[in-house]
Design a protein around this ligand. Structure first.
Ligand SMILES: Nc1ncnc2c1ncn2[C@@H]1O[C@H](COP(=O)(O)OP(=O)(O)OP(=O)(O)O)[C@@H](O)[C@H]1O
Length: 395
């Protein structure tokens, strides 16, 4: 990461580092339990002083930005961290879309519990890891040891429980562990990509347990929260990125914080490689690549269909020689989109618009671009069309 730190940020970084020095040491990678299967066993008295939690130490409440999207889940998490197992929120089920902070929040509770009381055994596991460990235990005939290990946990965090669907034996074992922990006043936190009622393939008796506590959702964050999240991340990395770039990306990548962060990280890394500072043009290009890589391929045919339909004309009319104003205008727009959002060469675009040559495409594109500079209504039309085609505007 580049290094555009100012003195105020340096100071804040130092303060953060000092705070972290008082935190219990945990490994840098959350959730990596490779090798765990071979090692799990009930630790004896000497060994039990340190038990790995598999938490990511950066996932704390301090680094978790509060917004309308996560207020309830965050408040419940804070209450639990103060009194794990002793609130009405047991279990806590946090659900929401991909990359919206469920793991961060769940692990923040774990980190906070360990910070307040390092003797507490907090364990983070994804439901896939749990399943793999259980299958290994079955294979090696040591399910009892596996279960006993989990029964020692004070705060159990199980990520992405939707992956337990249809794994009946694993669910049965988890059900048993869940009941015993709950009876003993231990805390259970689970995350899921959908609300429990929509978790198909989970047994009713397991689902009914989830209702004992609190189910809280995390929604997509609004623009301001997205900006705050990104700025906080940048600050913790000691990286300076201009506000207009942060805002541009936060505006356009609105449904997945991980994707937003990832785009910014690669942008900063590329800029650093080129020994440049990140700017808005680079951000626009990065976004365009995302659109190109993640959306389905946009074809000229597809653009023609959408544009023709929008203006209430036929695709044949769009391709025809007619110079009627409304049709010519629609044609210009369709050519412009074809030039901007497909990988087709100009010659091929011209061909697919009734055998026109490439200069007509260039002319049409220029005419559209010129009009966008002064005509707000025209811009609205273009935006609506882009929306219909599920294309993110180049801005
Ligand atoms: N409110 C927030 N404050 C700070 N960072 C956040 C917030 N929400 C999400 N993030 C960050 O977004 C990234 C993705 O979050 P996380 O992995 O917790 O998402 P998730 O909902 O568990 O995703 P998945 O559905 O893939 O499991 C992480 O880097 C996390 O720190």
């Amino acid at each position: 990461m580049p290094q555009y730190r100012n003195s105020q940020q340096n100071r804040m970084m130092e303060e953060q580092q000092q705070q972290h020095q008082h935190r219990p040491q945990t490994p840098p990678q959350g959730g990596n339990m490779d090798g765990f299967v071979d090692h799990f066993r009930v630790p004896n008295a000497q060994e039990s002083t340190y038990r790995e939690s598999y938490l990511n130490p950066t996932y704390t409440f301090e680094t978790f930005i509060e917004g309308d999207c996560n207020r309830l889940a965050r408040s419940a998490g804070i209450a639990i961290a103060k009194k794990p197992g002793a609130t009405a929120f047991n279990p806590l089920v946090v659900y929401g879309g991909v990359g919206l902070g469920k793991t961060h929040l769940a692990q923040a509770v774990g980190n906070e519990v360990k910070y307040s009381d390092p003797s507490k055994f907090v364990l983070y596991v994804s439901s896939e890891q749990f399943t793999t460990q259980f299958i290994e235990a079955l294979k090696n005939n040591n399910v009892q040891q596996f279960t006993n290990y989990y029964l020692q946990v004070d705060v159990l965090i199980v990520d992405d429980i939707q992956f337990l669907a249809k794994k009946e034996k694993t669910q049965e074992n988890f059900f048993h562990i869940f009941n015993r922990l709950h009876q003993n006043g231990k805390q259970i936190i689970m995350t899921s990509d959908r609300p429990p009622r929509s978790l198909e393939g989970l047994t009713d008796r397991l689902l009914s347990r989830f209702k004992w506590g609190l189910t809280a959702d995390i929604q997509k964050p609004d623009f301001e929260t997205r900006v705050a999240i990104v700025k906080q991340k940048l600050m913790s990395e000691g990286v300076m990125v201009p506000d207009d770039v942060v805002e541009y990306l936060a505006y356009n990548i609105d449904s997945n914080i991980r994707e937003l962060e990832g785009t910014l990280v690669s942008l900063v890394a590329n800029a650093s490689l080129m020994q440049k500072q990140v700017d808005l043009d680079m951000a626009k290009n990065a976004l365009l690549n995302i659109v190109r890589n993640t959306e389905k391929e946009i074809t000229i045919e597809f653009i023609q269909q959408i544009v023709a339909e929008y203006f209430g004309i036929s695709v044949d009319e769009l391709k025809s020689k007619t110079r009627k104003k409304d049709i010519a205008q629609a044609r210009q727009i369709a050519m412009y989109f074809s030039k901007e959002y497909t990988k087709e060469p100009l010659k091929s675009i011209g061909n697919q618009f009734g055998g026109r040559d490439h200069s007509t495409v260039v002319h049409a594109s220029k005419a559209v671009t010129k009009r966008t500079a002064s005509d707000a209504l025209y811009n609205r039309i273009l935006e609506e069309l882009l929306d219909q085609m599920n294309i993110k505007s180049k801005g």
